[in-house]
Ligand binder design. Sequence first.
Ligand code: HEM
Length: 222
Amino acid sequence: MTDITARKRPVAKTQWWRPASVWALYALGLAPAVWYFYLGATNQLGVDPVKTFEHVLGIWALRFILATLCITPLRDLADINLMRYRRALGLLGFYYVCFHFLVYLVLDQRMDVSMVIEDVIKRPFITFGMMALVMLIPLAVTSNNWSIRTLKRGWILIHSFIYEITALATLHFAMSRKVIGPEIMLYIAIAVLLLGYRFARPAIMERRRARKKAARMQKGAK
Ligand code: HEM
């Protein structure tokens, strides 16, 4: 969720917008939760407001998790560096998963913990969702500069679990619906591409490095 390669540099006066843009992302990212909460509170969420609220929060959670995974391929393949937003995107994903779970616990299950435990045990899609939530906690807790400095390699290991979490979250989404329609297909395709990139990345980067080296040598020979 955080860029381990980011070094602390003094923020130049002309770059004031950088931290400001991260805070703007947090504000913008939380806007859908506030908006849907408002719609729910004013009775504008349709015939089943609890389900609708639960669903939109789940969808936004998945969107932010997938957006977090887009940052590295964007930098590698398109030279678009959005690293400074990665932590915010990951944390927004975590916040939405928490909101989604809270709606399920408080409004859907009416705080009946035994029902929740039964659901987690008996319904595989809930099991996968719960696993994803539990696995996200250490990532969220260590999404700060102090943890990066202190945990070093351990931090990289903890945050590498984002791929397993994404797979579980996508599976949870796919299994939560009776029919696999175009929307789920799209999310599955994006998740498969991003998870696939993780495995293909070493080879892709190696080829890019070799190509750059060859281009440099060719330039030098001219
Ligand atoms: C990373 C974690 C999670 C993500 C990304 C996630 C995401 C989603 C998504 C996208 C949906 C489908 C929304 C739709 O159909 O429009 C969904 C449905 C649901 N999720 Fe999650 N979820 C997560 C964790 C959890 C957890 C921990 C629970 C509860 C223990 C949970 C309970 C549910 C329930 C009850 C539904 C609705 C199923 C229905 O339609 O009856 N989810 N979730």
